[in-house]
Design a protein around this ligand. Structure first.
Ligand code: DHB
Ligand code: MG
Length: 219
């Protein structure tokens, strides 16, 4: 199998099980017009995040790394009445674009975007309002910082998802000392060693190439 066949199968699966959605596709079109890199989650992964919110019956979701709001729209749509998604975005232009995309998708009332570097914003969150699901998808160098905050802000039983844990296989090349790869590896080691987590990770192939997701429960 090659990258082309992975992508073809991914498109087939998305056509078959995810379908088309005008608001999500408009958000991606706006992201492309703004010339952001197409590093949002794949449609099948957006749907996975949506399903994880539903399966866990999450009422409060925290996202670290909004980009243009694509995954936020997927997760916000899974929230029950009165549910809330807080998404943190460091880049002001991205935050403004995400706000427009999320409002256009008609989930604006349940989504709050907090602009700033997550390492600065996370300490300002009210720990008395815990999160049932946390999606970490920002600068990979900071994954351990974000996992620590996820553990602090999430009660036992909460779901934690970390994007981009394989990076074309580079994670397993221990000679690769790139700072992002080192951050990914440190995050996985934290998921192994920190008693607040129990975790696994899965490789993914498809329209976004070869990457993966870690999924953990707060214990
Ligand atoms: C990059 C970041 C992501 O979150 C992603 O899903 C893919 C790529 C990146 O920074 O290259
Ligand atoms: Mg990502």
């Amino acid at each position: 199998a090659t990258r082309d066949t992975w992508a073809a199968v991914d498109r087939y699966l998305a056509e078959t099980l995810v379908g088309h959605d005008p608001a999500l596709e408009a958000a991606l079109a706006a992201q492309e017009r703004a010339e952001l890199r197409p590093i949002e989650v794949a449609p099948v992964a957006g749907k996975l995040l949506h399903l994880l919110v539903r399966i866990s019956r999450a009422r409060r979701v925290l996202e670290i790394g909004t980009l243009a709001g694509y995954s936020a729209i997927w997760m916000a749509r899974a929230l029950p009445e009165g549910g809330r998604l807080i998404s943190i975005e460091a880049e002001p232009d991205n935050a403004a674009l995400a706000r427009r995309n999320i409002d256009a998708a008609e989930v604006g009332d349940r989504v709050q975007i907090l602009e700033g570097r997550a390492a600065d914003v996370l300490p300002t969150l009210d720990a008395s309002e815990p999160f049932d699901l946390v999606f970490i998808d920002a600068d990979k160098e900071s994954n351990t910082v974000y996992l620590d905050w996820a553990a602090r802000l999430a009660p036992v039983g909460a779901v934690i998802v970390v994007d981009n844990v394989v990076r074309d296989g580079r994670v397993a090349d221990l000679g690769d000392e790139d700072a992002q790869i080192a951050g990914v590896r440190a995050g996985l080691e934290m998921l192994r060693d920190d008693p607040r987590f129990d975790a696994t990770a899965l490789q993914t192939v498809g329209v976004k190439g070869w990457d993966g997701l870690a999924i953990a429960v707060r214990v």
